[in-house]
Design a protein around this ligand. Structure first.
Ligand code: BV8
Length: 238
């Protein structure tokens, strides 16, 4: 069946083989931290130094990791696909960005970091976002407002994910929805498969193993992303 409008959702699993830790490892902690302490506005207000250090550590890791075959396969697809592709990632690393920079995508492609980006910072007063590859101090002054501070440009729990209107419009129009490397534990991303089904799209899950929401998908292909994603992309473009 010739698909035209594709929405792809990725999560931490697509970056796992690049060496970026996923969120819900067995110990339930997130790299030794409770989510409430490092990924909520309340945690940031309570202890900004701890939260900045958590993101500084992850930002510093980025130059040491690289896009893997799964990121590459999606970039190859975007370069060849003659319909629309919206790639929505929950990841805050820049691995998709780097993979797509190497192979310029065709028109009709979009990449959205719905939970923000590690390499950007936001002003606490104006909300303005700027590139920020280095560390952020606990009380980093904002260049955008005299009373402002800079926080990580990250969507924390309890905050609204980014570009939701654009994402929901694309889901409404899609005829193929592919979820890659996400546990489906976090909303609203976990609800996207339902929106795609309501739009009549074919829904596919690519993951290391079936997730809690596997039954919501028309089909699933399981294994490491660096194997299942290139194979799936090949099946689409055969
Ligand atoms: C909001 C930024 C409203 C931080 C993150 C409805 C029901 C219940 C709860 C809620 C609901 N609606 C909202 C909520 C509350 C909450 C929520 O969902 N809570 C959960 C815990 C129940 N959601 C929110 O708060 C969201 N905001 O709804 O706002 C609102 C409305 C009006 C006005 C204001 C606000 C905001 C959620 C965003 C939180 N921020 N990240 C950071 O990254 O530092 S979420 C965090 O989890 C990451 O972004 C991560 O990407 C995301 C999801 O995790 P996954 O990516 O799936 O990673 P995980 O480790 O879980 O899974 C990895 C998967 O990969 C596994 O399946 C594994 O099998 C697989 N895998 C591993 N290795 C491989 C592999 N697959 C393939 N190959 C491999 N090699």
């Amino acid at each position: 069946m010739g698909h035209r409008n594709l929405v792809i959702l990725t999560g931490a699993g697509i970056s796992a083989e690049s060496g970026v830790p996923t969120f819900r490892a067995d110990d339930g902690l997130w790299m030794g931290h409770r989510i409430a302490d490092v990924a909520t506005p309340e945690g940031f207000a309570r202890d900004p130094a701890r939260v900045q250090a958590f993101y500084n550590d992850r930002r510093r890791q980025l130059p040491t990791v690289h896009p893997n075959a799964a990121h590459q396969a999606l970039a190859d697809l975007a370069a060849r696909w003659d319909g629309a592709i919206l790639l929505v990632t929950q990841n805050v690393d820049d691995l998709h960005d780097r993979a797509h920079a190497a192979i310029p995508p065709r028109p009709g492609f979009g990449l959205i970091h719905m939970h923000g980006e590690l390499l950007k910072a936001a002003c606490t007063v104006t909300g303005r976002v700027c590139d920020w590859p280095g560390d952020l101090a606990a009380d980093e002054p904002s260049p955008h407002h005299p009373q402002g501070r800079l926080r990580p440009h990250i969507v924390w729990f309890g905050e609204m994910p980014l570009q939701m209107d654009r994402i929901e419009t694309a889901l409404d129009r899609c005829d193929l929805f592919v979820s890659i490397g996400t546990s489906g534990a976090v909303f609203p991303a976990a609800g996207f498969v339902q929106l795609a089904r309501q739009a009549g799209a074919r829904t596919v899950e690519l993951n290391l193993e079936p997730t809690q929401g596997a039954r919501l998908f028309d089909e699933g292909h399981y294994g490491p992303a660096t194997e299942v994603v290139p194979a799936f992309v090949q099946s689409l473009t055969r």
